[in-house]
Design a protein around this ligand. Structure first.
Ligand code: NAD
Length: 460
């Protein structure tokens, strides 16, 4: 079959895989190839055990795979035949040298750009799908266009706004698709080609175009605003605990104000995920490098508040459990950074588990999808006899002094807490790091309940 366009995505991760699967499913007239240097990941994409868990993903992949969706490690061949290349490689925080701990590490992006130049024989459109610092497209344009083959690469920015756990829903019905380009005739022409892809299923009014710098910055700012809401309500949860106000009542009330809106106002043990912290620190670094110290400090405080919330959670546990958890069995319910994903990158559970292990607790990690990742995150402790990984929450809680909810998995809301209580040590504690359980009911069963930002319910 002759395809109308050949689209390539470099990077078969949480973004590249689902995004391209949806494009392929929606646009059978395009050939969509996804490549990665990680052979195991590509093999998994070609199998029935996909490398990431995401509701609805398998069905979409199955619909298009082998028809017009292909996963491969032959990066050079795929670059050569592609008209449009999305680059969705990872952009972690730099861990060395200038900007360490804040700036984005662009080495994977630059390597990819150099490879594109080496292999290409004709003009191509290159799209930043990864989240990148503002003005990266300029640097990439220089690297790509410094070739002696007379080939032109137009660099666009099309940041991805999907949320893990609802990626397929978000891709099928996005709030908006943003495509940034240079405002030159070539830039605008390239941009219209990318608009054409999304217009296959996204209503035109939701496809927003902008200059390339606004597109790059909008992604960082969107994540910063989302994380800021979480840190804001978490800061209020601390105040509620001192004043006997109830953070869920405060959230409900302020969320009813249409200017504020009700989403992202749930107090929790803290935000996680690969993006929020990294993208805010990246924003902070950019502000600092332009001398905007006050702006940088303002956004950095969102990350500081998140660290505080995690520390505070462990301090609450310690204080409640008579100032020591040494030797006590503590079951963590959930390890993923949010429900409906197996992703544990920057999950608050990592820090909480580590702090509890430092306090010499016996920690049992339980999660329906994230245990493999949890073992990697806690690798230095895996051989310790003070840590266990158990999928079944009933087994995890057996003999425990406390359970602590780390992830808002729906299944945890409907466990048989009477059964759990009867298998636990006394006094039995629940620390609800997501405020998802029925605290009154748990208290009536006999638990001592410590929600976030709400009065505690104790039997002593
Ligand atoms: N995860 C999210 O929810 C999310 C949402 C929006 C945007 N983003 C952004 O998208 C980007 C990718 O994120 P992710 O979560 O998919 O990362 P990921 O780590 O899951 O995937 C990146 C993939 O790129 C591959 N890769 C690295 N260098 C390569 C190279 N030179 N050639 C081929 N493949 C290469 C890696 O092997 C990996 O499989 C990041 O910039 C991130 O900030 C992520």
């Amino acid at each position: 079959m002759e395809f109308a366009k050949k689209i390539l995505c470099i990077g078969a991760g949480y973004v590249g895989g689902p995004t391209m699967a949806v494009i392929a499913a929606k646009c059978p007239q395009y050939k969509v190839t996804v490549v990665d240097i990680n052979k195991a990941r590509i093999n998994a994409w070609n199998s029935d055990a996909l490398p990431i868990y995401e509701p609805g993903l398998f069905e979409v992949v199955k619909q298009a795979r082998g028809r017009n969706l292909f996963f491969s490690t032959d990066i050079d061949a795929a670059i050569d035949e592609a008209d449009i290349i999305f680059v969705s490689v990872n952009t972690p925080t730099k861990s060395f040298g200038e900007g360490a701990g804040k700036a984005a590490d662009l080495q994977y992006w630059e390597l990819t750009a150099r490879n594109i130049v080496k292999v290409s024989r004709v003009d191509k459109i290159i799209i930043e799908k990864s989240t990148l610092p503002v003005r990266t497209a300029e640097a990439m344009g220089r690297i790509l266009n410094a070739n002696e083959k007379g080939i032109h690469f137009e660099v666009l920015s099309n940041p991805e706004f999907l949320a893990e756990g609802t990626a397929i829903e978000d891709l099928n019905d996005p709030d908006r698709v943003l495509i940034g380009s240079q405002l030159t005739p070539e830039g605008v022409k390239a941009r219209s080609q990318v608009v054409e892809i999304y217009a296959n299923w996204v209503p035109k009014e939701k496809i927003v175009t902008s200059n390339v710098w606004s597109a790059e910055l909008s992604k960082l700012v969107a994540n910063a605003f989302l994380a800021q809401r979480i840190s804001s309500i978490n800061s209020i949860s601390a105040l509620c605990e001192k004043t006997e106000a109830d953070v869920t009542e405060v959230s409900r009330t302020i969320g009813m104000d249409s200017r504020i809106g009700k989403r992202f106002l749930m107090s929790s043990v803290g935000f996680g995920g690969s993006c929020f912290k990294k993208d805010i620190l990246n924003l902070v670094y950019i502000c600092q490098s332009y001398g905007l110290t006050e702006v940088a400090d303002y956004w950095e405080s969102v990350v500081r508040m998140n660290e505080y919330q995690k520390r505070r959670f462990v301090q609450t546990m310690l204080k409640a459990m008579f100032n020591t958890v040494a030797g006590k069995r503590i079951a963590l319910l959930g390890f993923a950074f949010k429900a409906d994903t197996g992703d544990t990158r920057e999950s608050p559970a990592i820090e909480i588990a580590k702090q509890l292990l430092e306090e010499q607790a016996r920690v049992v990690i339980s999660d329906p999808k994230a245990l493999d990742n949890a073992k990697i995150d806690l690798a230095p402790y895996v051989d310790s006899d003070r840590i266990e990984f158990v999928e079944d929450p009933y087994v995890a809680a057996k003999g425990a002094h406390a359970i602590a909810v780390m992830t808002e998995w729906n299944a945890y809301k409907t466990l048989d807490y009477k059964k759990i209580f009867s298998s636990m040590e006394r006094p039995a504690f629940v620390f609800d790091g997501r405020n998802i359980l029925n605290h009154k009911e748990l208290f009536e069963i006999g638990f001592n309940v410590f929600p976030l930002g709400q009065p505690t319910l104790k039997h002593f």
